[in-house]
Write a new protein. Sequence first.
Lengths: 436, 371, 344
Amino acid sequence: MTERAAAAAEGVDGVGFGDPLVEIQNVSKYFANDEGMLSWLSVNRDADGLPVETGREWVKAVEDVSFTIRKGETLGLVGESGCGKSTLARTILRLLEPTEGSIYFKGRDLADLSGEKLRNTRKDVQMIFQDPQSSLDPRMKVGKIVEEPMQAHGMLDAEGRAARAQELLEKVGLDPQHYNRYPHAFSGGQRQRINLARALSVNPDFVVCDEPVSALDVSIQAQVLNTMRDLQEEFGLTYLFIAHDLSVIRHISDRVAVMYLGQLVELADKRELFENPSHPYTQALLDSIPVPDPRADGRRGVLEGDVPSPIQPPSGCRFRTRCPKLIAPAEYDLSDETWDRVRAFMRHVKRRDFTETDPDAIRRRYFDGRVPDGAAGDVVSAAIDDIAADDWEDAAERLQSAFAEQSVCAREEPDYEVDPEYGTDRHTVACHLHRE
Amino acid sequence: MSDPLLRVDDLQVQFFTEDGVVRAVDGISFDVHEGELVGLVGESGAGKSVAVSAIMRLIESPGKIVGGRIEFDGETLVEVETGPDGDPYRTEATMPDGELRERIRGREIAIIFQDPMESLNPVFTVGGQLREFIELNRDFSEREAREEAVSMLREVGIPEPEARYGDYPHQFSGGMRQRVLIAMALACEPSLIIADEPTTALDVTVEAQILDLVEDLQDRYGTSFVWVTHDMGVVAEICDRVNVMYLGEIVEQAPVDDLFYETKHPYTAALLDSVPRPDQTVEELNPIKGVMPEAIDPPSGCRFHTRCPEAREACTTTNPDCREVGFGDPPHRAACIKHDAFDAAYSGSPPLDAAAQQGFDVSLSGGETDD
Amino acid sequence: MATTHSDSETLGGESVEDFDESEQSVEARVGWRYTLSQVREDPTAFGGFLVIVAAAVVAVVTTIDAVVFEFLAQYQVFAQFGVEKYWLAKTVWMSPVQESADTTALLPPVGIENAYGQGTWAHPLGTDDRGRDILLRLIYGTRIAIMVGVLATAIGLVGGMVVGAVSGYYGGWVDDVLMRLAETLYAIPFLVLVLAFIAAFGRSITFAMIGVGVASIPKFARLIRSRVVSVREDEYVEAAKAAGVRDRNIILRHVIPNSFAPVLVQATLQVGTAIIIIAGLSFLGFGIQPPTPSWGQMLSVSRDHMIADPWFSIWPGLCILVTVVAFNMFGDGLRDALDPRLDN
């Protein structure tokens, strides 16, 4: 550990290494689905009286997310596009206003701050952006870009800022002579280094990195990742590292949070998460990544379908509509095998990806000729009759409401903690498979 | 082994720009057998997309095929030779434009691009575009083509294909659009599909679905693929044989298992070393130093010597061709003079401190070059 | 710092290639010199540029001339150097007629003969109905035309920039209110708006100029807003915000410079338009008031002589035409030079 990092560890700011630096509590961020002067009005022809309704549709980009980031660590945040990870990052930085919740940074709630007070805290919290092309002003020289945050916070005089900018350029692996060049003259990897220098210029404690290497070629990616690690050690930085690439997350993170459709589904120590993934979504993600080893056993494409719309997310567990481990409704008392068959049938009816309408053929295809007994069997038979009558929608609806909607996954929001197999860190999983 | 379905021989593509001639593809040779999935892997700027566009003769001005021969199923798609005046010209054997358009493109060889949004017309419905494509290429009536389109959509895993038939491209997710393109590529049951980074823009779970789909369809139709990608993971997952490209040249050519376990070229080795692994924790990554030089002004000798950890003096002068360096069938080729197959003075040549020699580490003051 | 050396070793890596060769072209792609070099390659635009430069030189020289000689004429000391004589001569040419032996009413240009006589080399373009030299009045008219055109455009540009940048950057209700206002102004015909302005504040060139400027604010505001809305989404703006840069500085340093290119083109074209409008106003008597020489007002005076002595209206008309066309040609060339899509 370097001198500077050691000085930071002593806790000039009262936060020692390993103590919580950022605490995110129940943060939600909703967006109005469409903006404009009159968008809160909508027409409803079936309404009594005035055929006009007020009220907006909300996109629930982030909903009720809580976690803690400790000083000096790298927390990886992983999820597919549209899961709300970038929105969450921008909300934590207060580039977006949280709809609900608190963001404690060194004990102060950023969600309460505004104006000049908020601006002053930006000195301690910086961000690195994804796109090396558009994150640097093309009309500004590199030196000025790096100096701008210092200037905004009144750090040093002009000469001191220039000297510091050159020092930083060198630290991130660029030539300080390039101080006077425009961003055009640099490659993608070099631009990300300029981004790093800019973020570090004001000596922040906490850096949010939004997919900082996903636009770079693999060999360049590795160079930038190494630099980021070295800088973290030297400056005692805390990273929130957002990525969609689990390999990168595995390389750089200490702990990992997995996000799906606006919510955290799993959070654990890196080793624990990769070796003992406990949420079906995390498992699916891990199974899906192509492994650069032709002898690895390829488990792929375990998930079907697309991510549902965040405007009306599924009730209960948000992953249940694609979950391969959906829990059978308690009232039917189905064996695992029968439940698998029912689920397959339900899914195929919904996706309408078979063409037979003959009841016998369907029974043979999905149930080996025998529909299950009891109440569940009645529903399945009724659905098969619907299909025979070419009434696919009714069949799908019937199966959904009798099975999928009755599952505990649809009725309750999961939130559990499991005993970690590796290390001692808390391992939280939002999946009903882990109740008791 | 039987004759290959596609044979690319010494293909050269150059771009004539204001700043000079860019040798985007500089003499590459590879072949694809029936039912095979051949990978073309490299970083951005390696020339892989240009190489596959050349197969369909889709190179646009200022680019030009200036040499080489591409043979498909016994027919010559293009053959360019250099005339006595030094200008390249197409030989008699080259298939006329009209015939290529009518008979080959779409019917025999189909292409899938990275961005499905650019390949689909946003103002027409997805089903309509697919139907029209089938109608044109397979001489179906409109009704037959429509039925075929719906069944193709079902085949590639579009849910509720009847209902989605009338949707517009923007109503589909990225993965669904890529499925539509695959449906379109498959519609004429071509014998070869060229896939140019088709999963790069997709999320991993969707990418996995597409890879599954491709493997499944390949089993059923026996279609050959040329798969362009930068992702070593994808290569390991689906390719039978792999060509690694660097700066317009193929540096290594091997069956996929040999490529990962019997790596013969330092670039391939470095590339594999620099990728973080999803299945194990790697403490320190070993990045390839420097950046890929511009194709407009490639280094002398071996093009990788400026970044190669094993470079020696001899590498600065000899530009090796891709030679057989291992035993086995299919052959394992590599373009590196450290192998015995090259009778070059590698072993006696003094090692090269690549960074210092190129003087391009100006950024790192002192430290690295002091010794 | 003690750690620097060992650190830079471990940072490893990607280092800057020698960019010296490409640097020139890359660096020059932003900034004035590059833009002008592009314009120079386009003969039409360059022609326009030369005319504008010439007009600007004329305007500046005549301004200095007017100021300096007015000053000198006050002092008898300079009389011996002939200053007084020069000043008197000019006043005679340009101002309402003064009884003087030198003046000849309504002289045709050199080479044209008519009822009033033959043109003279003393007045190469002839003289007007009050015996004032047309060439000299045209030259002095340039100053007014350019000044008024540029100032009116500047008013529109600055106003539009403030309204458009604020509207585009903040969005929301601010945007709604400002843009609805701008659209309301936009809905009124331009000339009517300017005339209403003059009617409200008074008949003078100053108000005509301000009127033209204010009336062009909506056009600029909408253009700038549309650019700002897209620039606002660029990550460097978000980066500046995340770094804690004040809104005012973000707008001034990032948003406006990056929104400026198309606005500059529009402004150049607008100078031409403003010149025409103000000439038109002067023609109608709402703009520049006599005796100040202006092209529009010269045209207006020539109306009565149009059939008998056409030269009288040809010269100022030609001046307006050439200047306006020059601004348009330059503006078009500028648009091409600044359009990144045309960049190879």
